[in-house]
Design a binder for this molecule. Structure first.
Ligand SMILES: *Cc1c(COP(=O)(O)O)cnc(C)c1O
Length: 401
């Protein structure tokens, strides 16, 4: 069995790998072997957990509410192609990416679902049409460019989505634009408005609930006005992950699920951890009391110590502020602190108190024991940033049982 895996591995060396294991086999044993072959440092993505999280959110929705899954920024760092294939297989209704290139990649890899592009540039509209992507239209300038292009190409009823600004004050139309927008659209058979939407600024925090409710009612007002003027059915949507958890009565026709897919809940929702960052110990060395570890002599050793070297650093997405004991990594179920500054490609951990740990042992930086949220908290940031910071050189390994 291991031999087969070896051949399989070398043939697809530069590809993402999805491991499907029959329940006949000991999956953790096999996976560990495979992991060692793949790379010392991996981001492991658990499709069973991902599916459970999709189900958790679906259960908060009416059966006819559509589910759009946000796979921007390489599906929050997890790999947009593999994740999108799974979401397509599970019959999610829509995907959304930030930029056109992200959508093009999905099309080239055979994703057939409708794909919304949140931040199309005027210059990228031709590629949008070429790859059958659906642009968010947030300004008259963008709409004019789109209409001109479609006229030139002789296209009719091209799907577009209108974004309204209800308080974020990034992109979007507002109430004053509705008259002009509606008349322009009524006279433009080149496009068909699939949906009207807006984005909540603080749906995860009750401090902002009054503002959230204001956003929702203002959005509903604008969306209904546009719908009425257009005279055909248009989807409305405003809820992101925490919106689904906390404001599900405003799910309208569709919701946009992002960070919740990765197991982050703003309530104490029963979500599963999807991504684990793992590596293994390259070396264990003895260092004498009084010596220092790493750059700038930051890691001062106050007793004879055992120091483990790990093959990942800030270039892999381990924030440099996690050095000098600000993070512990998990080995054999026990946390051990970093010592010294995090280097570009390496980091060191103090194993002095660990009796039986050997070189080659698996190390978990984040996963079910220490969550993305725990690390985000240490860095005074949000889990989104921790996850999307894991660099592309960390191999993504997918598994599904
Ligand atoms: C990223 C994004 C979402 C998803 O937000 P989460 O908080 O990750 O659920 C929804 N809508 C828009 C417009 C987004 O850009």
């Amino acid at each position: 069995m291991i031999f087969c895996c070896l051949i399989f591995f070398y043939r697809i060396e530069n590809r993402a790998i999805l491991v499907k294991i029959s329940s006949k086999y000991n999956s953790s044993l096999l996976l560990n072997r495979l992991r060692l072959l793949v790379h010392d440092t991996i981001l492991e993505i658990d499709f069973n957990a991902l599916y459970k999280n999709v189900t958790y959110f679906r259960l908060k929705l009416e059966t006819d509410t559509k589910l759009m899954c946000m796979v921007k920024a390489s599906a929050y760092g997890s790999g947009s192609v593999e994740v999108s294939r799974a979401l397509q297989y599970w019959h999610c209704d829509y995907l959304a990416v930030a930029f056109v290139d992200e959508g093009v990649e999905l099309r080239r890899e055979g994703i057939k679902m409708p794909i919304l592009v949140l931040d199309p540039s005027v210059d990228a509209l031709e590629r949008i049409v070429e790859y059958n992507l659906e642009p968010e239209i947030y300004s008259f300038r963008l709409l004019d460019s789109m209409l001109n292009l479609l006229r030139r190409l002789g296209k009719k009823d091209y799907p577009i989505h209108l974004k309204f600004d209800t308080g974020m004050h990034r992109a979007g139309f507002e109430e004053n634009d509705i008259e002009d927008l509606a008349s322009l659209l009524k006279n433009s058979s080149e496009v068909k408005v699939v949906s009207v939407y807006s984005h909540l600024v603080g749906s995860d925090d009750e401090v902002f609930d009054e503002f959230t409710e204001h956003q929702i009612s203002y959005f509903n007002f604008c969306a209904e006005k546009i719908k009425m003027r257009l005279g055909y059915p248009v989807l409305k949507h405003i809820l992101n992950s925490s919106g689904i958890e906390r404001f599900s009565s405003f799910q309208f026709d569709m919701v946009r699920l992002g960070i919740g897919l990765w197991g982050i809940s703003c309530l104490d929702g029963n979500l599963s951890n999807v991504c684990s960052l793992k590596t293994k110990i390259s070396q264990i060395r003895k260092v004498k009391s009084g010596d220092t570890i790493g750059y700038s002599r930051k890691g001062v050793v106050t007793r004879d110590s055992k120091i483990a070297l790990l093959p990942l650093g800030y270039a892999d997405g381990i924030d440099r502020r996690l050095g000098n004991g600000n993070l512990s990594v998990w080995i054999n179920g026990t946390p051990y602190p970093t010592i010294g500054n995090i280097c570009m490609d390496l980091m060191m951990v103090d194993l002095t108190d660990a009796p039986n740990i050997e070189e080659g042992e698996e190390v978990v930086v984040f996963g079910s024991k220490q969550s993305l949220s725990d690390i985000a908290e240490k860095l005074a940031t949000i889990p989104y940033e921790v996850l999307t910071s894991i660099s592309p050189r960390v191999r993504r390994v997918y598994f599904d049982e």
